[in-house]
Design a protein around this ligand. Structure first.
Ligand code: FAD
Length: 1002
């Protein structure tokens, strides 16, 4: 007998393994096929090119190489921003080489012949070198309004017949086995769309959302640039960029049109006065203006006095790294950033485009990923002279510009000024480097050494006391010099490097410590002066509910939400009974009132012409709340939650888009965001909660797990109609997968169905509507069909939402919690996302309550670890059920899978203990993983019974074994992902129910 058992078990395991491997292969072939199909059938653009901005060198691809280019840009209106306003002579040369020089015409661009440098009351005028240089173009720069230049580039690109320039927001890259196949994006009509092409170029700027999914390097915020425009005025010397070496750092003044002057100052991290309460204006007027030389001061003050809009931009640095993904190239600020003090970002970018264009030109077909990868590697090497020179110069120069009380640093700063103002070879050499006219790293190293040596001379003068020698030694450790030498490793300087490495290390370590303390001080200061206790990113279901709960506990909460309008989306329209219980425990039950929400008492299931009612169990269950669900328009519910949260005095609900998290040594200190006026702002708090939904941009910088798109939910609303049984969710087990109908208001019915990427009819050309009418409608039972067709016939808007799956993982970063869809997703077939989220909020609130100070990052980390364990009964049950159920719903020609599907229908429709048990799991009324495992096994066994009847032929036994494989496949990955102990432990589940699901709990 035991031998027999072992043999069966072995057979099952073997079958499962074979099944699993072959299935995985099938799955990957499927996606590749779709991409190929898409390419030939729907989309015929060869290059998807994201975010137009300044990277229009691609025009040349189009002109000369005949590529078809699809550009997706988030916002086609003229950008109003404070960046990319100065084109160096080197950049103008690149523009000309790309045939784009006319984009600098008719935008009132101003000629710049050099730099006017100011320090301690002195002035030096340093022109770009005109003679004795090998630069083959007119050696002047141009300054202009960035938005006007970008619009000219866009016009020029879209004037070509093979460029399609479309307004839309790219949500994510479509990846398959490490290869980027295309993008998913929301077009201007708000529809989720996919686009496939052999090559995707990511060019989405310094706030790139996509970079992290391609390269794992992060940008480092060094400081902030604060700026404004003084209108209707002209500088005495408009042909110069005026650079004042002030305190705390540089101030710049330059003409960006014949009547407008850009004024900007650099502010170091943690010292940003508030714009909103006028501190910034006072700072500019009282601290900065007195340092601006007389000849510029009037114009500097003009903008401030006339109330010009003040903008803040984080200044970032990020070195270029190669991605190991294929079929994708990252360019521009998303790829490589350096300090903008030397205004060279556009120049490096244009140089990159020129190189890339040349390398790609010989390739007939961009779909040959290996060849494209070779091109990218060559590109990476060829770009070095320009990029290394500019990056090193930018970062070294920016550090030299910062005022300091440190004698060594101050000597370096003075020496830099002296060198540039000295005239002759020294200043013209440095200006050629600054202007991109001489992109030679060796030349840069030479000039940096000379500056350092002359600073040493100054320091040792009049006699080399021990202190002065010490300062000189430290001078050689200045970052600019050390970084240059390290990058290019010129043997000539190696000895210097070795001699001073020890000194530099000591200096560097102490400096870092100082920096960390400084940032911590700022955060503490902000909190002391009434800053928030918690920042919440996103006011969707999770963000709003959490804000209310934490504010009720006395916390000051700052919620930043991208869009305050009522969301119009097809998700979160069904609140399970369990979710309603949690809502009431959070005192938010009234948010389901006044929104015309409809009561749902259960499910009606349809399969092959049969139907079965599966109500939520009413009697004999321990669920302490009325066991019915609610169906509603998600947007109305979210608005009610937002209203409720913002009705509390300690909740500040602000419209703004969070760009990035501010991190210091692995601790999240706050966020940078763009507020509703378009200004870049920062907010600090001891705890940041990221709740930015299923398209989360921030998740990737915290958790390295990625969401997997399983399928697509397509849906529309049939208006002015009522189902025969409006209190049921009608679920049809159709082909290719499920179709659903449910009443979301007293007059409107949601119709939705699931599709896969291997067959996705186009919505735009009407194929989807035909598919609904001809393929799906005949499978919908007659009593529902009229309503199912009504929406389509009346031209209802068809929406698509990707159904994603992502298991929860803990972030290693401190001071931050991720919640909601950004943290954990399961298939939406069981409509339980909001329920799990509300359960999470309840747990977290209870755990955080005893902590007086959320700034204790270690204690908060402990809380998060506990939270992760306590949530398991609910999350593991729902995640496993959602993913298993969604797989069972997919129609198949495989007999084993079909038997499982039939078994599931029979089980749910059998009534009694089986139906009520499964419905209690669906409704979140019994969050016990063991109970779920029990029911899954029972379904499997009953399906096997059916398969083997009337007698067990060898083929039937074979199918039964495979069915065991199907069943194990439904369970094992989840046991692994959720943790065997957590899923098997009845103690956890009992504790969860006692603490969160009894009438008196919480
Ligand atoms: C097709 C589909 C159907 C579903 N149906 C159901 C269902 O019937 N029942 C159910 O319980 N669950 C359902 N779900 C799941 C449920 O909708 C989600 O679990 C829930 O909405 C997640 O809430 P959230 O707060 O995490 O995200 P959201 O509710 O999406 O909120 C995120 C918010 O963050 C904002 N935001 C994003 N980025 C930024 C930024 N950078 N700065 C500032 N703000 C930002 C967004 O504007 C948004 O308001 C469904 C999911 C899908 C995909």
């Amino acid at each position: 007998m035991p031998l027999c058992l072992w043999t069966t078990l072995l057979a099952v395991v073997l079958t499962w393994a074979i099944f699993h491997v072959s299935n995985r292969k099938k799955k990957s072939t499927k996606l590749v096929d779709t991409a190929a199909q898409e390419r030939t059938r729907i989309i015929t653009f060869y290059t998807i090119y994201l975010r137009l901005e300044l990277t229009l060198g691609y025009i040349d691809f189009v002109l000369k190489d005949g590529r078809r280019v699809h550009v997706i840009e988030r916002d086609m209106s003229e950008p109003v921003r404070m960046m990319g306003e100065f084109m160096q002579p080197g950049g103008r040369l690149m523009l000309a080489k790309l045939g784009l020089q006319d984009c600098l015409e008719e935008i009132d661009a101003q000629k710049a012949t050099g730099l006017a440098l100011y320090k301690d009351g002195e002035k030096a005028v340093i022109p770009f070198p005109v003679e004795d240089n090998n630069f083959p173009y007119e050696p002047t720069g141009r300054s202009f309004h960035n938005g006007r230049f970008v619009q000219r580039l866009r016009q020029k690109a879209s004037s070509l017949p093979n460029v399609k320039l479309e307004e839309g927001t790219v949500k994510s890259l479509i990846e398959e086995n490490g290869m980027i196949k295309g993008v998913t994006y929301k077009n201007s009509s708000g529809e989720e769309t996919m686009l496939f092409a052999p090559l995707t170029v990511v060019c989405d700027g310094c706030f790139s959302n996509l970079r992290r999914s391609v390269n794992d390097n992060d940008a480092e915020v060094m400081s902030y640039q604060v700026g404004f425009i003084s209108k209707n005025c002209q500088l005495e010397e408009p042909g110069y960029l005026h650079l004042v070496m002030a305190k705390p750092s540089f101030t710049m003044v330059y003409q960006i049109s014949s009547t407008d002057v850009r004024c900007s100052v650099e502010i170091l991290p943690g010292k940003i006065p508030s714009i909103a309460n006028g501190e910034m204006t006072n700072f500019l007027r009282n601290t900065m203006a007195p340092q601006v030389p007389q000849n510029l001061r009037k114009i500097f003050l003009k903008g401030i006095n006339e109330g010009a809009q003040i903008k803040v931009m984080p200044l970032k640095r990020m070195s270029a790294t190669l991605s190991n993904k294929k079929g994708v190239i990252v360019l521009g600020d998303a790829f490589n950033m350096r300090h903008p003090a030397i205004a060279s970002g556009m120049m490096v970018l244009l140089s990159d485009i020129l190189i890339l264009r040349r390398l790609l030109q010989p390739l007939e077909y961009l779909g040959d990923v290996n060849k494209v990868s070779e091109v990218i590697k060559s590109f990476y090497v060829i770009r070095k002279p320009m990029s290394a020179t500019v990056n090193t110069l930018g970062n070294a120069f920016s550090q030299v510009l910062i005022a300091s009380t440190d004698e060594a640093k101050e000597a370096m700063r003075q020496s830099c000024y002296d060198y540039l103002s000295s005239g002759g070879y020294g200043s013209s050499g440095l200006m050629a480097l600054l202007g991109g006219m001489n992109p030679r790293p060796l030349s840069l190293i030479y000039h940096l050494f000379v500056v350092t040596l002359s600073a040493t001379g100054q320091l040792l003068y009049p006699f080399p006391s021990p202190l002065r020698i010490w300062h000189s030694v430290r001078l050689f450790g200045r970052k600019g010099l050390a970084r240059c030498s390290l990058q290019h490793l010129q043997p000539l300087f190696l000895w210097t490097l070795l001699a001073f490495v020890l000194t530099w290390t000591t200096y560097h370590v102490t400096n870092r410590r100082k920096k960390a303390t400084k940032l911590a001080d700022v955060a503490v200061e902000e909190i002391r002066y009434g800053g928030p206790d918690v920042i919440i990113v996103g006011a969707g279901v999770g963000g709003s509910a959490l804000a209310y709960a934490l504010a009720k506990d006395g916390r000051r909460v700052h919620v930043i939400e991208r869009d305050m309008r009522e969301p119009e989306r097809m998700m979160g329209e069904f609140m399970q009974p369990g979710g309603r219980l949690f809502l009431s425990k959070l005192d938010l039950q009234d948010c389901l009132e006044g929104i015309d929400a409809q009561k749902a008492t259960g499910l009606t299931l349809y399969k092959d012409g049969k139907e079965a009612a599966s109500p939520f169990p009413v009697e004999d269950n321990k669920f302490p709340y009325e066991p019915s669900a609610r169906m509603f328009y998600n947007g109305r519910f979210v608005q009610r939650l937002r209203q409720k949260a913002s009705s509390l005095p300690n909740v500040r609900l602000e419209e703004g888009t969070v760009r990035s998290l501010i991190e210091e040594k692995g601790v999240i200190k706050g966020v940078t965001y763009k507020n509703s006026l378009g200004e870049e702002s920062t907010a600090f708090a001891p705890l940041t909660v990221v709740c930015d939904g299923c398209y989360s941009n921030l998740r990737r910088s915290l958790n390295d797990n990625n969401a997997e798109v399983i399928s697509y939910t397509v849906g529309y609303v049939s208006k002015n109609c009522r189902l025969e049984e409006p209190e049921k969710l009608h679920l049809i087990m159709a082909k290719p997968s499920f179709t659903m109908l449910y009443q979301i208001s007293s007059t409107d019915v949601r119709c939705a169905f699931e599709l896969f990427s291997n067959y996705f009819p186009s919505i735009a050309n009407g194929e989807m509507a035909s598919f609904v009418k001809n393929d799906l409608a005949p499978q919908v039972p007659p009593k529902l069909r009229k309503i199912f067709l009504k929406g389509i016939e009346e031209g209802a808007k068809i929406k698509v939402t990707p159904a994603k799956r992502m298991s929860a993982t803990l972030s290693r970063k401190k001071g931050v919690i991720v919640l909601g869809d950004a943290f954990n997703m399961r298939h939406p077939a069981i409509a339980s996302g909001m329920m799990v989220l509300l359960s999470d909020i309840l747990i977290l609130r209870r755990l955080l309550k005893p902590l007086r100070n959320l700034g204790d990052a270690n204690k908060v980390s402990e809380v998060i670890k506990c939270f992760y364990v306590i949530r398991k009964p609910m999350s593991a049950t729902v995640n496993t059920l959602g993913n298993a159920f969604s797989q069972v719903l997919v129609a198949s020609t495989d007999q084993a899978k079909e038997a499982m599907r039939q078994g599931c229908y029979d089980y749910l429709s059998s009534g009694g203990f089986r139906t009520s048990g499964m419905m209690a799991l669906f409704g979140g009324m019994n969050p016990r993983p063991l109970s779920l495992i029990y029911h899954l096994f029972a379904i499997t066994l009953s399906s096997i019974g059916q398969l083997l009847s009337p007698f067990p032929s060898p083929l039937r036994i074979w199918h039964s074994l495979r069915l065991c494989g199907v069943s194990l496949k439904l369970l094992i990955p989840h046991l692994k992902a959720e943790g065997v102990i957590h899923m098997m432990s009845p103690i956890n589940a009992a504790a969860y129910c006692k603490n969160y699901m009894t009438a008196t709990a919480v």
